[in-house]
Design a protein around this ligand. Structure first.
Ligand code: AMP
Ligand code: MG
Length: 706
């Protein structure tokens, strides 16, 4: 489900007459956040308030927006009360009972004390309800509390009211701070909303909050101090309560809000956000959530004494150090290409939705068919895709049917048009025909409710066909990973600039930007910085605002370049000496909590290290999991002897004869070889004598997502 779009908070009231025409305290106040500006409204009666809510919710639903609606009264009673009254633990059974008993006029005139007295009558002794004006008190309803709750099959307080001690029990119907009357008069209005919105509405925590409208119990006093601080000079406290609470809910991280909505007691209900007051308060101030560091400071540390790390071990360490950082969002299918599914995609519709014809031909019941020549009269009309035949085809008759048309009643088999002789009113063909021939069964591809794509899947064009066929208009995906790129080195200029003596063009930044875009990430270009500490630090600070930083150049340990110095003093730099050619140490660091991948400066080495390390690492962070490149075993079109102790990745491509060719020079300065190639050959750590025709492992660029 998507995050909420509107946050509607309601301060309820148990008044027995309409509230004053001039907005006053202790009346119904409703605040809506999520429009940009908050909307606060005042309602004189419960009926007027429910009518207003119904109107707002109808409009929001029609516009496809999701609403969280909070009410400041308990949604349930202490465990055991529902059973004592209705014989069931289902809180909605009690809701139904209250809705049936309570009479609440459009002028707020109501019989809540009578209903409380009736309910008290279900128990031998006085209670559990108490509290009313002195004159209304009777043997069945005391104006003061003189009740021993140990005699009831339920407690005085709900569990949440032991957690939030200042919240009052639901039994108290009158005077300061009581919520009992609000509950008796509120629940019937909630039942009204349930009726109105049906399956579009759910009530937390009794039901799963996966509907367009979700109702929840709220308690503004959870953030009472913050409400007090934000109350405006002439603002009535009730108005400030709902306004600030709605704002707080709207500023909460959607994932955190969803987690809060999942908390609570399935019979008694729960106050949304209880136990998370600090988080709510931050949200009410519009402050971002306080989050623990995503990665541990020492996540890239290697155990001491490691000299050279084999590629596979370095990959495994990287995999252990990292995890998903992107949160989920819902996007329309038109924006889903290349995105990573954040949840299983479940089919809304079956494919086919109904049994249909796989060919153009004639449909009939297979029961009427035997061996040899068959002559079947044709029924009037035909079945066409999108225009189903409404009637049923009698046994022994046939109907003209076109590909994709729903198979009419009475038909289970289709014979190909080409296999028939056709007259206007009859067809003839040779039997036997296999029962069910040329008929696609309903749901034979997939059925509604089936998971058609798992979480962590990168959506390709073929998947768009699948998702569309399954009736999905939108899908939950991880937000795109944003990755910063930075080139460092005094010697660099950009193409188009005039290089000074000894200067070269920055080749890495365009290449890295291209790689990241091909992998579906967003790019933040931090530009090219000279070996200047201040400039590099500023660039890294900007980079730390996104998910990860790729740098190239000057990052090896002991290098005089500033980037390695800055990262080792302030970024917990760990230089991994990886047994790989081409490539030098891979520098890994955390800058303000964000991973920095320090790639070699040499463009060939930078690209190879990006493919082997940065790609799977970023894929993991993006939610798509650690990715392995595609490996193809192909005969070598070269001979070569390679020493033991490091993996080599020469630039290669497949020749017309299907053999792997190497670029003419292995020099790692040869950027032309990188471009000539269509992939890499993986020559493993062990020593190897490769003869022409031996099978070698070819890693096509395409298998790296390029
Ligand atoms: P470094 O890793 O900084 O020692 O650089 C190794 C080699 O790569 C040197 O020859 C650098 O000039 C070169 N180099 C560094 N960064 C780039 C870049 N962005 N584009 C092209 N060459 C680079
Ligand atoms: Mg350098």
């Amino acid at each position: 489900m998507t995050a909420f779009d509107r946050f509607i908070m309601v301060d309820w009231s148990a008044r027995a007459a309409p509230s004053p025409a001039t907005p006053a305290a202790d009346a119904i106040w409703i605040a809506i956040a999520g429009y940009g500006d908050d909307i606060v409204s005042y309602h004189r009666t419960r009926h007027a308030a429910t009518a207003y809510l119904t109107e707002v919710l109808r409009e929001e639903c029609a516009a496809g927006r999701r609403c969280l609606v909070g009410f400041d009264f308990p949604f349930g009673y202490p465990k055991g009360f529902a059973r004592a009254v209705t014989g069931s633990d289902d809180p909605f059974a009690l809701w139904g009972e209250l809705a049936a008993r309570i009479k609440d006029g459009t002028d707020n005139a109501n019989d809540r004390f009578d209903v409380a007295e009736e309910l008290n009558g279900l128990f031998d002794s006085a209670g559990p309800f108490w509290g009313c004006p002195k004159g209304r008190a009777s043997a069945g309803l005391d104006s003061r509390k003189s009740i021993d709750y140990s005699q009831f099959p339920f407690a005085e307080r709900r569990r949440i009211e032991t957690v939030i001690a200042k919240a009052q029990p639901v039994w108290k119907l009158y005077t300061t701070g009581s919520v009992g009357s609000q509950t008796l008069l509120g629940i019937p209005q909630l039942v009204q909303l349930q009726k109105e919105f049906g399956a579009d509405l759910s009530v937390r925590p009794f039901e799963t909050a996966d509907t367009p409208i979700v109702l929840a119990e709220v308690y503004p006093s959870l953030i009472g101090a913050e409400i007090g601080a934000q109350q405006e000079e002439d603002e009535i406290l009730d108005a400030a309560q709902v306004r600030v609470l709605a704002k707080a809910m709207s500023y909460l991280d959607p994932v955190r809000l969803a987690a809060m909505l999942a908390e609570g007691d399935l019979e008694e209900g729960w106050i949304l956000g209880a136990g998370h007051e600090a988080e709510l308060t931050r949200a009410a101030r519009g402050e971002p959530p306080l989050l623990p560091p995503v990665f541990k400071d020492d996540c890239f540390a290697l155990p001491p004494g490691i000299a050279w790390t084999p590629v596979s071990e370095a990959q495994e360490r990287l995999r252990q150090a990292l995890h998903v950082v992107a949160g989920p969002q819902t996007v329309p299918l038109s924006h889903a290409l290349g995105r990573v599914t954040a949840a299983d995609a479940v089919a809304k519709a079956s494919n086919p939705g109904a049994a249909n014809a796989a060919v153009d031909g004639y449909g009939f019941s297979s029961e009427a068919i035997g061996d040899g020549p068959q002559l079947l009269p044709l029924v009037c009309g035909r079945a066409v895709a999108g225009q189903p035949f409404k009637g049923s085809v009698p046994k022994g008759h046939a109907i003209s049917i076109l590909t994709g048309a729903t198979v009419p009643a009475g038909v289970d088999t289709v014979v190909l048009q080409e296999d028939c002789s056709v007259e206007p009113d009859a067809i003839a063909f040779h039997g036997p025909v296999k029962p069910g021939a040329n008929r696609r069964r309903a749901g034979e591809d997939f059925h509604a409710g089936q998971t058609i794509l798992g979480a962590g899947h990168v959506i390709r064009p073929a998947d768009l066909a699948l998702l569309s066929a399954a009736g999905l208009a939108e899908i939950s995906v991880y937000r795109r990973l944003k990755v910063a790129i930075l080139s460092t080195g005094d010697e660099l200029v950009d193409p188009g600039q005039e290089p000074g003596e000894g200067q070269i063009f920055d080749a890495n930044r365009p290449m890295l930007a291209g790689l990241l875009r091909a992998w579906g990430h967003e790019v933040l270009d931090l530009g090219r910085k000279p070996d200047d500490e201040g400039a590099i630090r500023d660039a890294l600070d900007r980079g730390a605002e996104v998910d990860a930083i790729l740098t190239s150049g000057g990052a090896s340990a002991g290098d005089e370049d500033h980037i390695s110095r800055i990262l080792s003093t302030e970024g917990n730099l760990s230089s991994w000496r990886i047994a790989i050619k081409p490539g030098r140490p891979l520098a890994l660091a955390l800058w303000k909590g964000k991973p920095v991948f320090g790639l070699p400066g040499n463009p060939v080495a930078a690209m190879v290290c990006a493919l082997l390390f940065a790609r799977p690492a970023l894929s993991l962070m993006s939610g798509a999991g650690w990715t392995q490149p595609m490996r193809m075993k192909c005969p070598a079109g070269f001979s070569k002897s390679k020493r033991h102790g490091r993996a080599e990745y020469p630039r290669a491509r497949l020749g017309a004869d299907g053999r792997v060719e190497l670029f003419k020079s292995e020099g790692s300065g040869r950027i032309s070889g990188l471009s000539w190639a269509e992939g890499l050959v993986e020559l493993p750590f062990e020593a190897q004598e490769i003869e022409e025709g031996d099978l070698v492992t070819f890693l096509p660029y395409a298998g790296f997502g390029l």
